[in-house]
Design a protein around this ligand. Sequence first.
Ligand code: ATP
Length: 393
Amino acid sequence: MGSHGSFLGCRILVSSMRVNPMRVDLKKRIAVIPGDGIGKEVIPQAVKVVQASGAEVEFTVLDWGADRYLADGTTVPAEGFAMLGREFDAVLVGAFGDPRVPSNIHAKEILLGMRSKMDLYANVRPVRLLDAELCPLKGIEPKDVDFVVLRENTEGVYGDLGGVFKQGTADEIAIQEDVNTRKGVERIIRYAFEFCWKNKKADGSARQRVLMCDKSNAMTHAGGLWQRVFKEVGAEYAQIEKQHMYVDALAMQMVRDPRGFDVIVTNNMFGDILTDLAAALQGGLGMAASGNLHPENTPLGSASRRFIGMFEPVHGSAPPIAGKNVANPLGAILTAAMMLAHLGMTAEAEKIEAAVLAAVRARKTTADVGGTLGTREAAQWVAEKVAEKAAKG
Ligand code: ATP
């Protein structure tokens, strides 16, 4: 085993099985999977912006997605996930979903496969308002919206457990199981406290609160586990304020007054829903970034296996607008910046974030956030700004 890089302040162990152990001294290797629809438009633009930043990375594009599936039936090539973990330092993904594949089987196998087979249990979704004009709520300023939602990414209702009985009869029964394990709940809640402890807001102030969101009044068994674990783990973080809200009340509060949210931790499905709602606060799906991680800085993290992060914009493949050069590339660009920060390239990430902020303020953007530019042109503006900043050092 050798040591390599950092992971939220922690060292990563690299297996000696790695093809080229010498690679630890070289550029970070990024697997790029643009996928389908607008993913194929925004991801090349995000790559262009990263290249303009001068970040020491090397991109390898993989063709996983609907085109490949339709051509030869492959969703994930044999040993694909193992190859990602062995050969790359991170994965940058676009989106999956294509009307030519109504079953969406490729999307399920690639995206849900990455999350569960690579055990990326923490879905990290920063919700930051860059400009007051982008927020649909009255009187909300950028300083008011800077929170993060941590969504459990490997359990809940997404495991497809359950079944349909007496299908097609008047007595039909459909059961969808909600899986919550002690290990799964504990590691995401512990990560929420660690995240709160170690990460500051954009204005440099400390994060102070972790809010656990559930529906324990109705889902008593699963919610009871989340409640107990939150209390137990929270007791280890005396300096962090603990809050709890039911998911319905939280959804209302997010629209009524999002000020005061800091770190929110919740299960897979509530996180899915709340983060789309939260994306609306920051200007819509085209502005939102996310990372799927296996944080190893918890006692439940595994040091015996090499984990890499997968980063994807929050939006989907958006077939109605695909191929028209109208998709907003900023969510993908911010996602790439998040990936760089995660890999330790914070200076490059900050340059990209500053350029995105400048683009939003100058309305050098696509129409969904008030500009008149196309996908490529908006990204080109950001890339040029980033290159200018990189040249200044
Ligand atoms: P999924 O289930 O895969 O997340 P979805 O159907 O929920 O996908 P999206 O594919 O993300 O949703 O898009 C829904 C709509 O939001 C799009 O049709 C489009 O109008 C808008 N949208 C999404 N992403 C963008 C973007 N990057 N730029 C502009 N509009 C976008």
